[in-house]
Every structure is written in structure tokens, then in C-alpha cells.
Design a binder for this molecule. Structure first.
Ligand code: FE
Ligand code: CA
Length: 531
């Protein structure tokens, strides 16, 4: 393998950083391209008989002067390597303009699509004007991508009047349609937060309304194909093209209920599991509009990061899967015993926790938002009145000591208006968070808005049989609902409103999305009010 030549190509053509290149090398062992002879490498392809932009465009991680613009060349998205020749290096032109017709181009450039990153493109724009919408597209040969829309954030020192964003998670392709994205587009959010379970790893089940291609995914090629299948959904594509997203993963981007290098199943070899994790992480990086700073190094990928919307909101996007200790007591719902309360249990890991604490104390924003995966409210999940109290060991209750210390930190350091956004659980929850949720005395420290699944689980229900028991047993819980949908948040310096948007049918096209309930939090007091 001629690393020097590859290095040269990478440097000359893409302006690719050393770090990115090094991570290419880490990834190479799983790329089929490595087996090709030296003469086959570096073939320039710009002629396509099929449109290579079948997977649309996306943007993400915006700041006050730019964002990541994403696309992928995949003329046949469900075929090996998306139908791209394994050795193709393809120059792709990107353009940023003021209008949808792209009549006035304000920035443009080229980037190289290479086999190392599955022919994906991640352009990090800079120097755009703050607080402004832009349009963008990609071109190669005779083909142009769909035109996407994105925006910069307000300048860091400015206090904006308002921000609107959507919160979504859990979009199992087999179990439901992405109908709710139609209403999300109509809601015109500035941002979307996707809090994980973007794909599911399971084998195809022919009895569903749509079927995953192939068996349970384990190799890089399989993860890539699965993402391609999900991204062929036109609603998902259009929502990505509608505004910038902040994404983070949960477990299913890799493997159900994974904890660091430990599988939920017994007897899985850790090295084999880490190899699978490297494939999963690489495919995730490739498919998401993430900055190069998130590019994986083998089985490690730094996904936690922060962003801001002027001085209105700081966002802390967390990774609660990669660094956690194994779920105590197994992964299921269990009593809060000594094992669950062991101070050695960690969800965030030492480094991420330190980063979060250091970053959040420096924030000068009106709202400080933790965008993360699993429920922080210490909710008793017993479903029958005479059972004992049980808590989810895969969620924050399994890591209760760290969770309580984190809430105590928010309180003692007087963090301004901490708010928590959560996915994973396939039901809607609104929780007031205290240092000890089990003894809810005094004012809440933070409010948590938990978003249901977009499609996972198929059609849900407004009131499950244990609805009243959940609310009675959990005084901090203000709302519980198991329909499908997402949350729409309207935030001003004075107050935060969360609208729970629910869709009445995800099994048939034409489902209607309406607002089931809305909740308000006033700045300075985390008490949740029904509106
Ligand atoms: Fe899920
Ligand atoms: Ca999950």
C-alpha cells in the first residue's frame, strides 16, 4: 500500500488535515479498496450515467460564520459502495448562494470524494454573515444535487429575540413512516436536534411496512448500506435539506444497549465488538454533517461538543454511550439498590464530565441546554400498583450518583436556566429535575423535555394502562404520553415553550400531526407550567 502517494493525494486535492488522514489509515483495514493494486488507485471519475446525488444534502454544527455542508456520491445507494467504483476519487464542486435558484453564489470550492470516507463530502464553510439563511448545492459532471437550505447562528455576543428548534429521535425505518417530518418542515425550525437511534442495526423483518436490507449489520459496508437505505427516505432527505442539524447517537447506531466496549449479550469478544464499533462509528461520521474534529480514530470518536445561538442558548451535545460503565444489574428496570447507586458507575466518563463542567460554567447564555440521549428524571417505572419501585438501569437511574452530582453542580454553580433534551425512550415525558428526585422538596433545578420516537414502535397511544400510576409515583413528572412525534421548542430570553407534536398514524401515508400539549418554563425558575 503506497501511503506516501495516498498522503500526497489527500493533501493536494482535499486540503485534508493530517488528523483526518491518520484516521483514514485507521479505517483502511475495513475498506475493500485496500486490496486493489497500486495501478488501480486514484482513478478519477466524474462521468456518471446515474445521478450520484441520490441521498440528498445535509448541513450541521452551525456557528456564527459557517456550518458543515454534506453530501455523498451514491449512484446506486443500495449496491456495494453505493454503486461507486471502489477506487474512484471524484472532485465535487460546492456552492453557497443567497437564493434557492442559486443565481447569486457567495462562496464556492471543490472537495474530493474518496473511497476512504465512502465518497462522502464534509465542507466546513467559514466567513459567512451571522444570523442569515443560505442555500447550497453540489455539482459533479452534468449532475447537481438538490438545493439545501441552511443558516448561520447569530454573533456570539448578540442576544437574539427568539429561537425555534425541533427535537427528534428513534426513527426505525421498518416500524413507521417519517410522516411527522412534513409538519416539522412546516414548523420552520432554525435547527433540528437528533438525539440518537438514527438507524437500527437489526436484520430485515419482512412482516413490517418497510424492510431493512440484509442481516443485522456488523461490517462497515453493512452500516453504510443501512444508512443509505434510511437516507433514501424522501422526507428524511427533505428535512435535512431544510435547516442545519445537531446530531448525536444513542445505542442503535452501533448495537442495542451497548455500553462502551460491552455488548448487551453475554460472551461477546471485546476486540471483535470494538472492531464492529469502529465500523459503526466510521459510517456514522461519514453520513452525518459533522466537523472533521469528530472524525473517528479507529473505534474512538469524539462526538460531544458545544454550540450556541448568540447569547440566547448554549448547547452541550453529549455522548452517553461511548464512555459509560456497563449497566448495573443488567440492562432492564431494577430497584435502586447498592449496585445501581455505586459511585463508580459513570455515564459521561471522566473527560467528558470535566469538559461539560468547565464549559457550562463559562457560558454567558440565558439558556444552557444539555442535548443528550437517556432520561435524567429518576422515574419509577413500576406498572402495577403493588409491585416494588423499579428504575431503568440503561438510563440515568443506573448512574444515579453521577446524575445527582451533575444536578447538584448545576445548582451550586448557579448555572443559568439549565434545560435537558432527551430521546431513546419512545414516549414523551416532561420532568422537573432536582438533586434528589425521590424527595422532591424545594424548587426544581432544571426541566427535562423527553421526545418520543419519530417512528420506532409503530403507532403509539396517548394513555397507556400505567399512565396514571407513572404520574402518581413520580411527582417530578408533569406529562407522560406514548404517541409518535417530536418536540418543537420556542425560546425567547424570557421563556421557553415546548410543544409536543404527535402524529396519529405512522403505518399509513397521510398521518396528521397536531400539538398534543404545550409546556412553559419561565427564565429564572425551572418549574414547568402547562399552557
Ligand atoms: Fe430507539
Ligand atoms: Ca436507544
Amino acid at each position: 500500500m503506497d501511503f506516501n502517494r495516498l498522503d500526497q493525494i489527500a493533501r493536494q486535492e482535499g486540503g485534508i488535515s493530517r488528523r483526518l488522514f491518520t484516521s483514514y489509515l485507521a479505517a483502511l483495514s475495513s475498506v475493500p479498496w485496500v486490496g486493489l493494486s497500486a495501478e488501480d488507485k486514484g482513478t478519477r471519475t466524474s462521468k456518471f450515467s446515474n445521478n450520484p446525488f441520490t441521498l440528498g444534502v445535509a448541513s450541521g454544527d452551525p456557528d456564527h460564520e459557517g456550518m458543515v455542508l454534506w453530501t455523498k456520491l451514491a449512484p446506486k445507494p443500495l449496491e456495494v459502495n453505493g454503486g461507486m467504483p471502489l477506487d474512484a476519487f471524484t472532485e465535487v464542486t460546492w456552492e453557497v448562494g443567497h437564493d434557492e435558484g442559486m443565481s447569486e453564489i457567495v462562496q464556492s470550492g471543490t472537495a474530493l470524494a474518496t473511497p476512504h470516507l465512502g465518497h462522502t463530502i464534509h465542507v466546513e464553510t467559514q466567513g459567512l454573515e451571522p444570523d442569515r439563511w443560505y442555500h447550497y448545492r453540489f455539482r459533479v459532471g452534468d449532475f447537481a444535487s438538490p438545493v439545501g437550505r441552511t443558516r448561520t447562528m447569530p454573533a456570539d455576543h448578540v442576544l437574539p429575540e427568539k429561537l425555534r428548534f425541533a427535537v427528534t429521535s428513534c426513527q426505525n425505518y421498518e416500524q413507521g413512516l417519517y410522516t411527522a417530518y412534513e409538519q416539522m418542515m412546516a414548523d420552520e425550525p432554525d435547527l433540528v436536534f437528533h438525539l440518537g437511534d438514527y438507524i437500527y442495526e437489526y436484520a430485515g423483518n419482512p412482516n413490517r411496512i418497510r424492510t431493512h436490507v440484509g442481516p443485522e449489520i456488523e461490517s462497515l459496508e453493512q452500516y453504510r448500506q443501512r444508512y443509505n437505505q434510511y437516507r433514501t427516505d424522501s422526507l428524511l432527505q427533505r428535512m435535512h435539506a431544510h435547516c442545519p442539524w445537531w446530531v448525536t447517537w444513542d445505542d442503535h447506531e452501533f448495537d442495542n444497549n451497548c455500553a462502551n466496549d460491552i455488548s448487551e449479550e453475554q460472551g461477546i469478544d471485546r476486540i471483535a465488538f470494538l472492531k464492529r464499533r469502529a465500523a459503526a462509528y466510521q459510517a456514522y461520521y461519514e453520513m452525518m454533517p459533522l466537523r472533521a474534529s469528530a472524525c473517528p480514530m479507529g473505534h474512538d470518536m469524539k462526538l460531544y461538543r458545544s454550540g450556541k445561538f448568540g447569547r440566547l442558548a448554549d448547547f452541550f451535545v453529549l455522548d452517553t454511550r461511548q464512555y459509560r460503565t456497563d449497566q448495573p444489574n443488567g440492562d432492564r428496570n431494577k430497584p435502586l439498590n447498592k449496585v445501581a447507586l455505586d459511585p463508580a458507575n459513570t455515564m459521561l466518563g471522566h473527560q467528558q464530565r470535566g469538559w461539560l463542567q468547565q464549559s457550562i460554567v463559562r457560558s454567558e447564555s440565558q439558556w444552557n441546554v444539555l442535548a443528550q440521549q437517556v432520561m435524567m428524571g429518576m422515574a419509577n417505572r413500576q406498572t402495577k400498583e403493588n409491585d416494588e419501585a423499579i428504575y431503568s438501569m440503561d438510563q440515568w437511574p443506573g448512574y444515579a450518583n453521577e446524575r445527582n452530582e451533575l444536578v447538584r453542580f448545576l445548582k451550586e454553580r448557579n448555572i443559568t436556566n439549565p434545560m435537558v433534551l432527551t430521546g431513546d425512550i419512545h414516549s414523551n415525558w416532561v420532568n422537573e429535575l432536582r438533586v434528589n428526585d425521590l424527595e422532591p422538596k424545594g424548587d426544581p433545578i432544571a426541566a427535562e423535555f423527553v421526545a418520543t420516537s419519530l417512528s420506532s414502535g409503530g403507532n403509539g397511544e396517548a394513555k397507556r394502562s400505567h399512565h396514571d400510576l407513572y404520574l402518581a409515583n413520580n411527582p417530578g413528572t408533569k406529562f407522560y404520553n406514548a404517541e409518535r412525534g417530536y418536540i418543537l421548542c420556542d425560546v425567547t430570553p424570557e421563556r421557553w415553550i415546548s410543544h409536543y407534536q404527535v402524529v396519529d398514524d405512522v403505518l399509513m401515508p397521510g398521518g396528521k400531526t397536531t400539538t398534543r400539549a404545550s409546556f412553559r418554563v419561565n427564565a429564572g425558575d425551572a418549574t414547568v407550567h402547562s399552557t
